[in-house]
Design a protein around this ligand. Structure first.
Ligand code: SAH
Length: 222
């Protein structure tokens, strides 16, 4: 079974995401295993220290290399072939095509979540890839890891109901946005569902959707 392990100082941050809706169902159905590794357990000394001030000066704290190293080794012992990924604003930008690649792969992933000013650079010795969710800075890697896991897991066959729903949605080809969709009622506060969608004419519906997709993609992508 596919494993995703998240190394974090704040394991509780993952519970809302892992224990609800599709992420919960994917685990219940035995498709994925989503776990956390509590960095604190690998902290040093009686205070279980995990962070310290940076050499050379500067504000804030860095996650120390030794607790992170031990946590990665522990996670590897749970899944020897897993890929080790550091959450980092420096990393490769996350995209739907990347999520699809990961969904198609059968290697597990170990996500290292930085905190404070980040991590001691030496942990890169154990890191296979660095991934970023965009050009902005979070207080920690947890939200980034959750977004990535959510976007990968929903693409693993068997997780979503209709497999086609993931095939033709936004960015599935790398760029195109999805067309507008409607459900009951036909009219709400005077707002009507476009006639073509009620027509039952599959050819016209497909054409309308393709046009809308093209128009939205042109309008909304830089
Ligand atoms: N001092 C660092 C930022 C540290 S933010 C810098 O200037 O680059 C603390 C942690 O949050 C990082 O170690 C990383 O794990 C995570 N993080 C912050 N922004 C992120 C982003 N855009 N994508 C992925 N992880 C991010």
């Amino acid at each position: 079974m596919r494993k995703f392990q998240v190394i974090t100082l704040f394991p509780e941050m993952t519970t809302g995401v892992f224990n609800n809706s599709m992420m919960w169902k994917a685990q219940k159905d035995g498709i994925v295993e989503l776990t956390t590794v509590n960095l604190r357990e690998f902290g040093l000394g009686s205070r279980r220290q995990v962070d310290d001030t940076p050499y050379g000066g500067g504000d804030g704290m860095l996650l120390m290399v030794e607790p992170l190293w031990k946590a990665v080794e522990f996670a590897k012992s749970q899944d020897e072939t897993a890929k080790v990924v550091l959450m980092s604003p420096r990393g490769q930008r996350w995209r739907q095509t990347k999520a699809q690649e990961e969904a198609d792969d059968d290697r597990g992933v170990i996500f290292i979540c930085g905190r404070y000013e980040g991590v001691d650079e030496r942990i890169l010795e154990l890191v296979d890839e660095q991934w970023s969710i965009g050009d902005f800075v979070l207080t920690g890697g947890e939200l980034a890891a959750m977004m990535m896991i959510d976007s990968i897991v929903r693409l693993i066959p068997g997780v979503l109901g209709g497999e086609k729903s993931a095939e033709i949605e936004s960015f599935s080809d790398g760029e195109t946005l999805e067309f507008p969709q409607y459900t009951r009622p036909e009219e709400f506060k005077g707002l009507r569902v476009p006639d073509v969608l009620l027509s039952g004419h599959h050819g016209n519906i497909a054409r309308w959707r393709a046009e809308q997709s093209q128009m939205l993609t042109k309008k909304n992508t830089p």
